[in-house]
Design a protein around this ligand. Sequence first.
Ligand SMILES: [Cu+2]
Length: 218
Amino acid sequence: MAGLAGVGAGLTACAGSAPVPPTATAMTMAMDATGTAQSGQVADMDALHEAGVKIFLDGIGKDPAFWGTPLAFKEEGGFKVFEVTCQDVQWEIEPGKAIEAMAYNGIVPGPEIRVTEGDKVRVVTKNEMRQSTSIHFHGVLVPNSMDGVPYITQPPIKTGEAFTYEFTARNPRSHMYHSHHNAAEQVTKGLWAFHCHILTHAESAHGMFGMVTALVIQ
Ligand SMILES: [Cu+2]
């Protein structure tokens, strides 16, 4: 599980507008103003990330619970129906060390939603957290009303409420889904998942014909 910390540390919430890269002038000024203290912090941060990436790479293939937890679904009226429950959890980031986190179905990252191009998909999202939330399916072509942006395309999903996202899977690729409400806190605390996989027609439900995710560009 330690590898998860490395992944989380490298994640940036992509909700909202894209950050504007600082100009060269602004960066020079910031460095001048803080001097050596900042370079020490930068070196520490780099070392922390290097250590996290190493844990991540060393763990590849060793923890089946981390390397893809496909979410089971029910078939209902031509839809593949997935249930995603948002919960406040204690996340054990290393043995014996738990932190307060937010999770989809109790795991960070959340479970993999794997569907095939053309599938009609329903994601029933229940909110059991203290905060309101929403889900944005990043990169997935969905009707605007399913885009998961509170106060623009839907009301926030309040504590104890549910919202059903419904769309036809159109663009095969590996995407991700994440919170789009108070995302700076919720995404960094765990409300995100890689792999809202949409498979091409060429891929069977049982395998990828020897390919991993390269198929996504077909
Ligand atoms: Cu996003």
